[in-house]
Ligand binder design. Structure first.
Ligand SMILES: O=C(O)CCC(=O)C(=O)O
Ligand SMILES: [Fe+2]
Length: 363
């Protein structure tokens, strides 16, 4: 997320999805109804329950990388290479973050979303910005809305923080988010080290390059919807980050889908695991060897869902472009050199639209 810039735009009226849900509408408001081509594709027409192939995306056991014997380390690095190259997504187990902390962040996030709307609206996401409570990436009154309420905050570096948007309720929200973010930051640093090794680079390459990495969190709350076949929880997109860490609530239904081989496949949640995905910045740095992958969230007819998503990205000052070791005559340079801050700005000032934002970086 880039530092906020206020853009004078007319986004029209954005319904709060939780409030909308309370009114039990018999028809879904037009602004949430997707064009036929954009609806969740595979549908069990008898039950209006969404069904799509479930795939077990790769699982990485971090403990084998952090303190495994050399054989385990090597085989897990190979798994990581496959996961990043063929999927761009994996679930990490034995990630070292206390389960009690995962539970605490889930609790404060849920408690926040359950507050009265008047309380949540004390922290509004202004049109065209990406921090606070509301709906991000809406830039016009004609744009379709996602079936989702979001609460997003910049964490690091300090200058991206908007302290006025940090809520006073629930009382332990801020403290919990600080502890959680510290742990997730360490996890990202570890993962990037192993991702570097897995692509044949020295382990500190990203750490050294990134400077004070940008970290932001977005909590997505998806209420149920009587017509999940018509709406989208979160529009298809790739993340602008280097990597993203996604925590789903305990007992989450299958809501995250990723585009693999042109098919939307559902990610089956594993209790206490974290979902990791490659963002656009790693795609550029690895010269496309590891690609960011388009993903989206779909909605359930009866159940709600919460995801807590951390984006970890290079500092805005750094110059981006493929790492020279990954460019040769068999792998010609596919991306230009640009300032990462420019890309972040480009990303947050456009609607979510698959991988289109990355055209910015392509030669
Ligand atoms: O809720 C999910 O599963 C997806 C969230 C996501 O992709 C995002 O916030 O960028
Ligand atoms: Fe995402």
């Amino acid at each position: 997320m880039a530092a906020s810039t206020v853009i004078p735009i007319n986004v029209g009226h954005i319904d709060d999805v939780q409030e909308l849900r309370k009114t039990k509408p018999t028809t879904i408001p037009e602004r949430f109804v997707r064009d036929v081509t954009e609806r969740p594709t595979t549908l069990d027409s008898t039950t209006t329950t969404l069904s799509s192939p479930h795939t077990d995306i790769p699982i990485i056991d971090l403990s084998k990388l952090v303190n495994g014997n050399p054989d385990d380390f090597q085989s897990e690095i190979l798994n990581l290479t496959t996961a990043c190259q063929e999927w761009g997504f994996f679930q990490v187990v034995n990630h070292g973050i206390d389960l009690s902390l995962l539970e605490s962040i889930e609790k404060v996030a849920k408690d926040f979303f359950m507050l009265p709307i008047e309380e949540k609206q004390k922290y509004p996401m202004a049109p065209g910005t990406i921090q606070g409570y509301g709906q991000a990436f809406i830039f016009s009154e004609n744009q379709k809305l996602d079936w989702c309420n979001m609460f997003a905050l910049g964490i690091e570096p300090d200058f991206i923080r908007r302290p006025e948007l940090w809520p006073s309720k629930p009382a332990d929200f801020n403290e919990t988010l600080e502890s959680y973010s510290r742990e997730v930051r360490k996890l990202c640093q570890k993962l990037l080290k192993y991702i570097a090794v897995s692509v044949g680079l020295k382990e500190d390459v990203f750490e050294e390059m990134f400077g004070v990495a940008v970290q932001a969190v977005r909590m997505n709350y998806y209420p149920p919807c009587s017509r999940p076949d018509l709406v989208m929880g979160l529009s298809p997109h790739s993340d602008g980050s280097a990597i993203t860490v996604l925590q789903q609530d305990k007992g989450s239904y299958v809501g995250l889908q990723i585009l693999n081989d042109n098919t939307w496949v559902s990610v089956q949640p594993i209790p206490n695991a974290l979902v990791i995905n490659i963002g656009d910045s790693i795609e550029v740095l690895t010269n496309g060897k590891y690609k960011s992958v388009e993903h989206r969230a779909v909605i359930h007819k009866e159940k709600d869902r919460l995801s807590i998503v951390t984006f970890y990205a290079p500092s805005y000052e750094i110059e981006m472009g493929p790492i020279p070791e990954l460019v040769d005559e068999n792998n010609p340079c596919k991306y230009k050199r640009y300032n990462h801050g420019e890309y972040s700005k480009h990303y947050v000032t456009n609607k979510l639209r698959g991988k289109k934002n990355l055209d910015f970086a392509k030669i």
